[in-house]
Design a protein around this ligand. Structure first.
Ligand code: ATR
Length: 280
């Protein structure tokens, strides 16, 4: 057998990138499926991003993931951008096409929705109002995905109100802006609460929010995954609400990218979950 036959390379470009769990996830799938290939760390400085992306086809890569700080900059450096990624305004995945051109995708929103479905298979976006906290880059992927999944009433609260208003203008009627000071009242009657701010992340202050008006059945999700259980999720769990941590989004965003590069759909097994959990 020729080792180079069907050998496929992929990787993650970031700066810094050493912390990324993506090599663990994709390498697990490459081995599990018995594929011939590798997924590597690609430390790429921001001023080298354009040349690094153009090097992918030259070096025989099937594509790559993009992480901080490249997700927004890369959108104007690829040859075509998927419409969902265009609306999100960022790409997290690049696919090298057979003609060597580059297509940009954003699988973060898919990953987010899939993490909710993994936790609650009957989850529906239109089951009730949704409160989203935060209006940064991560919120864009979550909002686009929720709207595309059929959410009809999204209450958006952000410390800087202007950013929330800009997003409501951009993403349309489903979004109603709630002043940050009134975020606790935005818990009344909702079916889903999402934290997309960086609060609650290791080394950061906890999210300052009261859950006393939150219905007992409301799903509480946090896209932060370090720690796996943020103070928000601890509080929600203690009062009996179902919770979803950020690990599901991390794992699920990797699935469409893997399939695009390696041609086979990967599966999320308990074994992979415990491998990733062990890194925290
Ligand atoms: P990401 O790409 O992770 O979304 P980001 O674009 O920097 O990162 O957005 C961070 C989010 O966390 C923003 O919604 C930010 O609020 P502002 O838009 O007002 O900056 C929110 N955030 C960060 N620190 C915060 C704090 N101390 N209190 C409230 N919100 C905070």
């Amino acid at each position: 057998m020729t080792p180079a036959l069907n050998y496929r390379l992929a990787g993650v470009m970031g700066w810094p990138v050493a912390h990324s769990r993506s090599p663990l996830i994709h390498t697990h799938w490459i081995e599990q499926q018995g594929l011939n290939g590798a997924y590597v760390l690609l430390p790429v400085r921001p001023d080298h991003l354009a040349v690094a992306l153009r090097s992918l086809p030259v070096l025989g890569f099937a594509g790559c993931n993009l992480t901080i700080p490249h997700k927004v900059a890369a959108i104007s450096l690829v040859d075509r951008v998927d419409p969902v990624a265009q609306r999100i305004g960022a790409i997290n995945t690049v696919v090298v096409e057979p003609d060597q051109s580059l297509t940009g995708l954003n699988t973060d929103g898919f990953g987010y929705i899939q993490s909710l479905i993994d936790a609650q298979p009957a989850w529906q976006a239109d089951a009730g109002p949704i409160t989203v906290l935060g209006a940064g880059g991560a919120a864009r992927a979550v909002l686009v995905a929720l709207i595309d999944a059929g959410a009809r009433e999204i209450r958006l609260a952000n410390r800087s109100g202007a950013k929330a208003h800009d997003m409501a203008q951009e993403f349309g009627n489903a979004i109603e802006v709630v002043p940050w000071e009134e975020r606790n009242d935005a818990m009344a009657g909702i079916a889903l609460l999402v934290n997309t701010t960086s609060l609650g992340m290791h080394g950061q202050a906890a999210l300052d929010v009261r859950l006393d008006q939150l219905p007992a059945h409301a799903l509480v999700s946090d896209i932060v995954y370090v720690p796996l259980e943020t103070p928000l999720l601890t509080e929600a769990r203690k009062r009996g609400n179902p919770t979803v941590n950020g690990l599901g989004m991390l794992l699920n965003q990797a699935r469409p990218a893997f399939e695009a590069w390696f041609g086979v759909p990967p599966t999320l097994t308990p074994e992979l979950l415990s491998k990733v959990r062990a890194t925290f």
